[in-house]
Design a protein around this ligand. Structure first.
Ligand SMILES: NC(=O)c1ccc[n+]([C@@H]2O[C@H](COP(=O)([O-])OP(=O)(O)OC[C@H]3O[C@@H](n4cnc5c(N)ncnc54)[C@H](OP(=O)(O)O)[C@@H]3O)[C@@H](O)[C@H]2O)c1
Length: 203
C-alpha cells in the first residue's frame, strides 16, 4: 500500500520501519524535503521523502504524526479529501482532559472529506523502535466513522506488530485520548517505563 507520513519524527519513523518490512511503500512529508529524504534513506526499502503536499498526494493512507499544536494547520493545508487519514496525535492539555470532544473529531473537521481513523496514540515511540523481544501483541484501539477505512488501518496495525480493536465511531475518540494520557502518566509520571502498552483480553 502507498502510505504518506506527515512528520519525520519518532512516531512517523517508527511506523515506517515496520511498514517497509511488511512490503508497503512510504513517502515522508516534511517541512524540509531534504530532511524527509534523509529519514527515508535511513529507513531504506521503498521509502522516499518530499514535501508534506507530495506525501499527502502519494498516500492512499496518510498518517498525521505531527505535534498536536501543528495538526490543525497541517490538516487544513493538505488535500486529504477521500484519503484514509490515520491520526496519531495527542493533546495532553488539561483542557482536553475536561472535554468529551476527541482530538480525532477536530482532525476530521480540519481534514475535510477525509476518512479519519484514530490509532497508535497510546503506543510509546520507544516500542516502535525497539527490537522485538516478545511474541505478545499489544492492542491498538481505533475509532472512526468509515468501516472500510478502519479495516484498512486494522491491517496496517497488524503489520506494525499490534492487534487492532475497534472502539466505535469518532464520538468515542475522547476515550482513546484519555487512554493516552493515562499511559503517559504510568510510563513517565509513575516511572513505570515506556516499554508498557495496552492489551485487551476477553476472558
Ligand atoms: N512520542 C510518543 O511516544 C508518542 C506516542 C503516541 C502518539 N504520539 C503523538 O504523535 C505525534 C508525533 O509525536 P512524535 O513523538 O513523533 O513527535 P516528534 O518526534 O516531535 O515528531 C513530530 C514531527 O512532526 C513534524 N513537525 C514538527 N513541528 C511541526 C510543525 N509546527 N508543523 C508541521 N510539522 C511539524 C516534524 O517533522 P518535519 O520536521 O520533518 O516536518 C517532526 O519531526 C504527536 O502528536 C504525539 O503526541 C507520540
Amino acid at each position: 500500500m502507498k502510505i504518506g507520513i506527515i512528520g519525520t519524527g519518532r512516531i512517523g519513523s517508527g511506523l515506517a520501519k515496520h511498514w517497509v518490512k511488511a512490503g508497503h511503500t512510504i513517502m515522508f512529508g516534511s517541512r524540509e524535503p531534504e530532511k524527509g529524504r534523509a529519514v527515508a534513506a535511513e529507513i531504506g526499502g521503498s521509502t522516499q521523502g518530499g514535501t508534506q503536499e507530495e506525501a499527502a498526494a502519494f498516500g492512499e493512507v496518510v498518517v498525521l504524526a505531527t505535534p498536536w499544536n501543528a495538526a490543525e494547520a497541517v490538516a487544513r493545508s493538505l488535500s486529504l479529501s477521500g484519503k484514509v487519514v490515520i491520526d496519531c496525535t495527542n493533546d495532553l492539555s488539561p483542557a482536553r482532559a475536561e472535554t468529551s470532544r476527541g482530538t480525532a473529531q477536530d482532525v476530521a473537521e480540519w481534514a475535510a472529506g477525509a476518512k479519519v481513523v484514530k490509532a497508535f496514540n497510546t503506543v510509546f515511540f520507544q516500542i516502535l523502535h525497539a527490537e522485538q523481544t516478545s511474541d505478545e501483541r499489544g492492542t491498538v484501539f481505533i475509532v472512526g466513522d468509515d468501516a472500510e477505512a478502519k479495516s484498512k488501518v486494522g491491517g496496517l496495525i497488524r503489520d506494525a506488530g499490534f492487534e487492532p480493536h475497534d472502539a466505535g465511531g469518532l464520538k468515542n475518540a475522547h476515550h482513546i485520548d484519555n487512554l493516552a494520557a493515562f499511559i503517559v502518566e504510568l510510563g513517565y509520571g509513575q516511572g513505570q517505563g515506556t516499554n508498557i502498552t495496552y492489551k485487551l483480553l476477553r476472558l
